[in-house]
Design a protein around this ligand. Structure first.
Ligand SMILES: Nc1ncnc2c1ncn2[C@@H]1O[C@H](COP(=O)(O)OP(=O)(O)OP(=O)(O)O)[C@@H](O)[C@H]1O
Length: 835
């Protein structure tokens, strides 16, 4: 019984294949017209349309470029058009912020992963769910897609690119089969010594080469476009989610450490390390890996399918079954030797991030490091981070040796050998069968010879075509196996991206209950607020003590508050609660913050008046021009709309004693690395200039004048008060007390005690110079008094004379927190000063 069926003769290419060839040529022509030309321009046009939705922009002069750099955005309906300078041109990128409802809908599709899955990504159900969520919620659907068919998925640009990419991948496989057949036909004609047929075959060969090579480059091109497109979609989504406004402030809270318990997530902070690595490098790698993998999976799968179907025509049922057995054996062997590439890729990305972050830190803090001459120390730290990275990468390489060796052996040699065997058996078998056949009669000899020649030519054609198909099959198999490794790596990256998105989604908004009955709606009020580090736990996993306990505070407009206390006691922490960066803890804790006023007190300024503006302890300089640094966080467009002029800005700079800056730095539009260019005091004064520009109702000044001389500081305080800004100053400088009407003293030492002192009216208040002089004088008298007491004791012979050394009235203390003794301490100082 025949094991293999007789090889069937392949149909003549000129008849059977003419139609697909014409079809392929037509598809190409169609695509060519769709793409606006096959050359670079056509591709550029597609790229630019995909990336910016418009054609190439006109060239700009240096001056125009500078103007655009200032503007950043243009308004276009409800969408904003981002102006991106690129090679003396401005590309306009329409930005439609993702609606909040979409984020609210998406939240349930991104539940947090357990720590065990985050650490050991694999190709399993969880991976498929993560990939599905990322693809169907973020990167594939059109922005308006709601999953209910109102805006179908296929209308998205990414699905369009994917379709074109897939079309070229299919075309490529079809062309490969045609090439294999043509190859067989050319050799057949050669064996038959058919010169005409041979020349015709050669002509077809060159013709077929055109779509084949073009298809190859288009596959690569669409893969890159797809990768870029996926990256852009994901980046935009993550940007919108990450750089969220109050009450989310995800960029502020996502990195903070919160919990050590496995799988447990603190309600207010994310605990995601190295978030910049996730958003930049990981998103890019994920997009590249996914688009590459699509091609690497689809094409070899198609190849396998079509080549197998082609081969099965000549191999018969049993041959095909053996072919599948071969596939199965290969997969089983390779699965057994495949290391956990997913986990390895995820660890590599994390280590890469640590090294990059370290490098970034040295770049940012280079001056501080240089002052300490700390290069050698930084080198140790960075080298350690680098060595950890390359040790890991090296171990991957070592692990790969065994895997790749097995893979090469199985794919290249075993498959090829199996292929030869599969081809050889039917040929040998057919010949053997033929040799066993009945002898031909002498009269038929000529016909017999001719038919034998024909059979040899046919067998040669079958052999050459099948051999090519089998080699391509081996190649496709190899690619599929490589794709398995890529798939594992994609699983690692997917888990990282999913972790990023889910952590961002699951951060609950910062919310503190509003006070029920507010005495003064225009006042900031805190009721029973405990201030503590969110998620702060010590080594034993126990909640850390409150920095401040049960804080009750009312700051009315015009009642300037100063917050003081020793270092690390929690002054800035109170500011964070006031500004809403940290939640207010404690039983019955509630806060009232007045709403922004719709109108500004300056009639020429149409902007609403913000309630609160904070100048933080560390000066922050934004990338951009001098002007942008003063108006931060407003944009240049906001500035234009505000009706303010450059003269107004100059006046603001004068009021913070920086009037010389514009001249010195070469104009408002000068762009510099302001962090390095300005001195510490200048940066602090620029911070105050922002307060004057925005004119908030309340301004929290967190030790933001520590590097400014006292006289300048005083004048700036007076100017701020004159603008109707209520100051909340955090400072250790007693000299600032005179500008305030309330004093909040934090006592710390783990007790959470605080005291609030009314500093009295202007007449009652003493100047700080006098306060200090008085105190010093009184301290100097102490020795004198002691001597006098001793004299009196001696004179009267009295036993003990514990006279009340200090006895002050408590009128000045309006409210005292947990530690009443601290209240009396402040009161004593007051009474002594009044004496
Ligand atoms: N994000 C954080 N994570 C952990 N601990 C924090 C965090 N922020 C502040 N702390 C801790 O909370 C305490 C209070 O910090 P805060 O910045 O309020 O101090 P401060 O009173 O303003 O000090 P200084 O006068 O030195 O500025 C400190 O012990 C600090 O270490």
């Amino acid at each position: 019984m025949a094991i293999f069926s007789k090889p069937s003769r392949l149909p003549d290419i000129s008849q059977a294949q003419r139609r697909p060839l014409i079809l392929a040529a037509l598809v190409l022509l169609l695509l060519r017209s769709r793409l606006g030309g096959l050359g670079k321009e056509g591709i550029d046009a597609v790229s630019s349309r995909l990336l910016r939705g418009k054609g190439p922009a006109k060239k700009l002069s240096a001056e125009e470029n500078l103007q655009v750099l200032q503007k950043i955005y243009e308004k276009n309906g409800d969408a904003e058009v981002l102006l991106v300078p690129y090679r003396d041109r401005i590309t306009k990128v329409p930005i439609r912020p993702i609606p909040q409802e979409k984020f609210a809908n998406d939240k349930k599709h991104f539940p947090l992963l357990p720590q065990s899955v985050q650490k050991k990504p694999n190709i399993d159900l969880s991976f498929l769910k993560q990939l599905r969520a990322l693809l169907l919620r973020i990167v594939l659907p059109p922005p308006s897609w709601d999953g209910k068919g109102r805006s179908p998925l296929w209308r998205s640009r990414e699905v369009g690119v994917l379709t074109l990419h897939s079309a070229f991948l299919i075309l490529r496989t079809v062309l490969s089969i045609l090439v294999a057949r043509l190859d067989g036909r050319i050799v057949r004609d050669l064996v038959k010594a058919d010169g005409k047929g041979f020349m015709k075959g050669l002509g077809l060969w060159f013709l077929l080469a055109i779509p084949s090579t073009y298809t190859n480059s288009m596959i690569r091109h669409f893969q890159s476009i797809l990768s870029l497109s996926l990256r852009t979609r994901l980046t935009r989504y993550v940007h919108d989610l990450y750089l969220s406004a109050y009450p989310d402030l995800r960029y502020y809270r996502v990195s903070s450490h919160s919990s050590t318990a496995e799988g447990e997530h603190e309600t207010n902070h994310g605990g995601l390390d190295g978030v910049e690595q996730y958003i930049t490098a990981d998103v890019e790698s994920w997009a590249a890996s996914l688009s590459g993998l699509y091609g690497n999976l689809l094409k070899p799968s198609l190849d396998m399918l079509l080549f197998t179907s082609q081969l099965s025509r000549s191999l018969g049922v049993r041959g095909t079954a053996l072919l599948f057995l071969n596939y199965y054996a290969t997969v089983a062997i390779l699965r057994a030797v495949t290391p956990a590439f997913g986990r390895l890729a995820s660890v590599e990305a994390r280590l890469e991030g640590e090294y990059r972050r370290g490098m970034g830190r040295v770049g940012r803090e280079s001056e501080e490091v240089a002052f300490y001459n700390g290069g050698h120390r930084e080198k140790d730290i960075l080298t350690k981070a680098y060595l950890r990275l390359i040790k890991h990468v090296n171990s991957i390489y070592k692990i790969r040796i065994a895997y790749e060796w097995t893979e090469d052996y199985v794919i290249k040699y075993l498959w090829s050998a199996a292929g030869y065997a599969l081809i050889a058996v039917p040929i040998l078998f057919t010949r053997a069968k033929r040799s066993l056949g009945i002898q031909a009669s002498p009269s038929d000899e000529a016909r017999e010879r001719a038919s034998r020649d024909e059979a040899v030519a046919g067998r040669t054609e079958t052999y050459i075509s099948n051999r090519r198909l089998l080699l391509s099959l081996a190649d496709a198999g190899g690619r599929l196996m490589y794709a398995y490794k890529d798939l594992l790596e994609l699983a690692g990256l997917t888990t990282r991206i999913y972790t990023l998105v889910s952590t961002l989604h699951q951060l609950p908004p910062l919310q503190t209950p509003e006070i029920d009955v507010v005495e003064d709606p225009e006042a900031i009020q805190l009721k029973n607020v405990d201030v503590r580090v969110p998620g702060g736990i010590d080594e034993d996993g126990i909640q850390e003590m409150d920095l401040v306990s049960g804080l009750n505070l009312t700051i009315r407009p015009g009642e300037h508050l100063m917050i003081t206390g020793s270092n690390g006691v929690g002054k800035s922490a109170v500011a964070r609660v006031l500004a809403g960066l940290w939640p207010a803890f404690g039983e019955g804790a509630a806060i009232h913050r007045p709403a922004d006023s719709p109108v500004n007190d300056d009639p020429s300024d149409p902007r609403p008046r913000p309630t609160l503006f904070v100048v933080p302890q560390r000066s922050y300089m934004v990338t951009g021009s001098l002007l942008e640094n003063i108006i931060y966080p407003d944009t240049y467009n906001d500035f234009l709309k505000s009706g303010k002029t450059e003269e107004d800005l100059q006046a603001i700079l004068e009021s913070v004693f920086l009037g010389y800056l514009k001249e010195r730095e070469g104009g408002w539009l000068t762009r510099k690395e302001w962090r390095d260019v300005l001195s510490g005091g200048e940066k602090q004064r620029l911070g105050l200039a922002r307060v004057f520009y925005r004119r908030p109702k309340f301004a929290i000044l967190d030790e933001c004048t520590s590097a400014v001389s006292s006289d300048v500081e005083g004048r700036m305080y007076e100017s701020a008060k004159a603008l109707g800004i209520t100051l909340i100053t955090i400072s250790l400088r007693p000299s600032l007390m005179k500008y305030h009407t309330q004093l909040l003293t934090l006592n710390g030492e783990g007790t959470g005690r605080w005291s609030l002192t009314r500093l009295g009216t202007a007449e009652e208040r003493l100047s700080v110079g006098r306060e200090i002089a008085l105190l010093e004088q009184k301290l100097a008298d102490v020795e004198k008094w002691e001597k006098r007491v001793a004299e009196l004791e001696h004179m009267l012979g009295a036993e003990s004379f514990e006279a009340a050394e200090h006895d002050g009235d408590h009128d000045s203390v309006s409210e005292v927190g947990a530690g009443s003794e601290n209240g009396s301490e402040v009161a004593i100082t007051e009474s002594m000063l009044q004496e």
